[in-house]
Design a protein around this ligand. Structure first.
Ligand SMILES: NC(=O)c1ccc[n+]([C@@H]2O[C@H](COP(=O)([O-])OP(=O)(O)OC[C@H]3O[C@@H](n4cnc5c(N)ncnc54)[C@H](O)[C@@H]3O)[C@@H](O)[C@H]2O)c1
Ligand SMILES: O=P(O)(O)OC[C@H](O)CO
Length: 344
């Protein structure tokens, strides 16, 4: 598959969709190859900002976007003729968005999910949602996930990521399309590991943010991150993942970036919970997607189904549902039966 003059559609012009468009555009500039990138934004003012000023001010402030990126308010126009279709809407919008465009998709198009969430109603991962909705063969489905805070990448700050596909050649092509002097993709064939690493780290970041909101220091955070990785690895391996994936960029790497960064929306949402806000108040305050809030009930349901113990996720689920007092959480976690430390 060639990387020259590829037509790309990106569905969702929020922080990550717009930044990923820039990653693809900058990579093509470095390869000295042409690329056409059409971003679908729902709102006309975002479309106008991108097409007129080459900025997406609402999400990326004054970052200037390469000229190969244009925007449209019509998702069908975005995907028509696209060889690469990248989906960057919130997880709960994935199925309706795919349903809207599926008849216009090229049958050979490669679909990339940037989404780090589960469908709440079905507990489905995005690979399952894409397969069900598009009848997509595994070799045409790719997940990109890792320590990828959009605003840092938009400023060309170096990072690495994971490009996962069951079919090595497809992952190689997407990696070649995205690699640049500031963005280094590693390949993996472990779809469940890469997807679940991205989903559960958002729940763990809510817990870390919560400790911030309570005014606790770094010991509490390190304990949650470490035990959170254990929970993530247990669930992911029960669902078929390779535990090594969770020790890599899409597991530990993303967990550290999200839990450490004030840019993280999930950590920010957790801090609001820790300060005593309800889910309604947290959602009203956050202007962007914090996937952990919507995904945590599905994570806990999956854990029950797989008979996997996830006490941190259980506690966050109770916080989000408003069924526990914030002051009771520490004892809920620390007061459990004592046991040997185990990674899995
Ligand atoms: N921002 C990041 O740093 C980052 C990094 C990696 C992965 N992600 C993941 O990428 C996905 C998108 O996140 P984001 O940060 O770009 O979110 P965002 O809130 O910045 O933007 C979401 C986009 O989806 C659109 N959208 C919202 N509701 C919609 C609906 N009903 N129908 C269609 N479109 C709708 C919004 O208009 C916006 O364009 C999430 O799953 C997130 O976890 C984000
Ligand atoms: O801002 P968050 O919490 O959605 O995290 C963004 C990315 O997933 C970090 O890799």
């Amino acid at each position: 598959m060639t990387t020259d003059h590829v037509t790309v559609a990106i569905l969702g012009a929020g922080s990550w969709g717009t930044t990923f468009a820039k990653v693809l555009a900058d990579a093509a500039i470095e390869r000295d190859e042409a690329i056409t990138i059409r971003l679908w934004a729902r709102r006309d003012e975002v479309v106008d900002d991108i097409n007129t000023n080459h900025t997406n001010t609402e999400y990326l402030e004054d970052i200037v976007l390469p000229e190969s990126i244009t925007a449209t308010a019509d998702p069908i126009e975005a995907v028509t003729g696209a060889e690469l279709v990248v989906v960057a809407v919130p997880a709960q919008q994935a199925r309706p968005t795919l349903a809207r465009v599926k008849d216009a998709l090229d049958s050979q198009a490669i679909l990339v999910s940037l989404i780090k969430g589960l469908e709440q109603s079905s507990q489905a991962t995005m690979s399952k949602v894409f397969a069900e909705e598009l009848k997509l063969p595994a070799e045409q489905f790719v997940v990109v996930s890792g320590p990828n805070l959009a605003k840092e990448i938009a400023r060309n700050e170096p990072t690495a990521t994971v490009v996962a596909c069951e079919h090595e050649a497809t992952a190689e092509w997407v990696a070649a399309m995205t690699a640049s002097t500031y963005f280094r993709p590693y390949r993996n064939t472990d779809i469940p590991g890469v997807e679940l690493g991205g989903v559960v780290k958002n729940v763990i970041a809510l817990a870390v943010g919560l400790t911030d909101g309570r005014g606790f220091g770094d010991n509490s955070k390190a304990s949650i991150i470490t035990r959170g990785l254990t929970e993530t690895t247990r669930l992911a391996t029960a669902l078929g993942a390779n535990p090594d994936t969770l020790a890599g960029l899409a597991g530990l790497g993303d967990l550290v970036a999200t839990c450490a960064s004030p840019l993280s929306r999930n950590r920010t949402a957790g801090k609001l919970y820790g300060e005593g806000h309800t889910t309604e108040e947290v959602i009203a305050t956050m202007r962007q997607t914090a996937e952990g809030v919507k995904s945590v009930p599905a994570v806990v349901t999956l854990a029950h189904t797989c008979n996997v113990e996830m006490p941190i996720a259980e506690a966050i689920n109770a916080v989000v549902a408003g069924t526990i007092e914030i002051n009771d959480i520490a004892q809920l976690l620390l007061g459990r039966d004592l046991k040997p430390e185990a990674r899995l």
